[in-house]
Design a protein around this ligand. Structure first.
Ligand SMILES: [Zn+2]
Length: 372
């Protein structure tokens, strides 16, 4: 009888720990041996001794934290490669979240756990698609694990931006998007939709775009968004971190149309409260349907939920006879959509809007500001 994963994969204050292998996955504190799923700062933290990750994730870590911050010893693991550590076979399989993002597949004595990190199932032209791996325990996030969160096709959201540009050709369209992943995905989607003019970047987004290009993701003409030369930005697309689109930086642009690309834009009230004229529901996380579909595809009798709306997901799994377990890992979901966009960071109204959704309030009612 193979050992149950809970006997060899444990929750510790540093994060998930694989005991026979002697390594942590996405630890929140510096450790001797870390396996990192992807480069977002809540998963890839500085100060580890040895780091095992994909080539792309290691490159992202170096770009963001410097050579030293990405681990004293950096060990890349390629597609299809299997590494043995204390009798545990380790594989990294694409998670479809951002460039280099991977699920960690662990096999020990006939028992298999898959730690998926953050993931999505929607098409993303900037990274390899998620690959379901059958397992005994599937470890999942739950950032958007409420039935109200259904992400529409991103092509339609990009079409809204292009339509607005056609309607308001003199206004600068500034779109808030996260620096790692969302920004580059948005650029590629715009290129696919036929936008071949330069796309202007806030300084905080430039370095990772350059890195994506060096790793083979072509982004087309990119230029710095210089507010001093705002006349040149009339009718242009400017991308900036979500925090920057709401501050003075963006207001100095010419009659800006403010957009934000995030799964949270599904909550209309949230967009309104933040002064977002053009909400674009584009997420790098699985929505409710895709979370449930993925669990079904991997066929795991037991699912562990790291962070997010674990209560709703565990309940839904239970109804299908799948044992769900909330791990309550701390420190996750603090950066990308799980973090800067998460409740209740921007005020009570926001928190109330999401609570309304959580309580099962119809999202149309939330968008009308009712039922809260
Ligand atoms: Zn992430």
């Amino acid at each position: 009888m193979p050992p149950h994963p809970e006997t060899w994969l444990r929750v510790t204050p540093q994060g998930l720990y694989c005991e026979p292998g002697g390594f942590f996955i996405d630890p929140v504190r510096p450790v001797d041996r870390a396996v990192i799923t992807h480069g977002h700062a809540d998963h890839a933290r500085p100060g580890h001794q040895a780091v095992l990750a994909t080539v792309e994730t290691l490159a992202v870590m170096r770009a963001r934290m410097g050579e030293g911050g990405a681990g004293a010893v950096q060990q890349p693991i390629g597609p299809g490669e299997v590494l043995e550590q204390g009798g545990v076979a380790i594989r990294l399989v694409p998670a479809g979240h951002v460039l280099g993002s991977a699920q960690v597949v662990l096999d020990w004595q006939g028992s298999r756990a898959v730690v998926s990190g953050d993931y999505k199932r929607q098409r993303d032209p900037t990274c390899a698609p998620f690959q379901p791996v059958p397992c005994d325990v599937f470890v999942t996030e739950a950032t958007f694990a409420l039935p109200v969160f259904r992400h529409p096709p991103p092509e339609g959201e990009v079409a809204k931006l292009l339509k607005s540009l056609a309607l308001f050709p003199d206004r600068t369209h500034v779109v808030g998007c996260y620096a790692l992943g969302k920004c580059q995905r948005l650029i590629r989607l715009l290129r696919e939709a036929g936008w071949d003019r330069p796309i202007h970047l806030h300084g905080a987004l430039a370095a990772l775009c350059k890195l994506y290009e060096s790793l083979g993701v072509a982004l087309g003409p990119l230029e710095p968004a210089t507010v001093a030369n705002k006349a040149a930005l009339r009718g242009a697309i400017v991308l900036a971190p979500p925090s920057a689109v709401q501050d003075r930086w963006a207001r100095r642009l010419t009659e800006p149309v403010v957009g934000v690309a995030s799964g949270w834009m599904r909550v209309r009230q949230r967009a309104k409260l933040r002064g977002v004229e053009l909400p674009m529901v584009i997420s790098d996380h699985a929505d409710w349907d895709d979370l449930n579909r993925t669990v079904d595809e991997v066929g795991a009798p037991e699912v562990w939920v790291t962070h997010g709306r674990d209560d709703a997901l565990v309940h839904a799994l239970g109804q299908r006879g799948i044992r769900g377990r909330a791990l309550h890992l701390v420190g996750l979901g603090e950066e990308d959509e799980g973090g800067t966009e998460a409740p209740p960071a921007t005020g009570e109204g926001d928190a109330a809007a999401v609570r309304g959704v959580a309580a099962g309030t119809d999202v149309a009612a939330v968008s009308r500001g009712e039922g809260l």
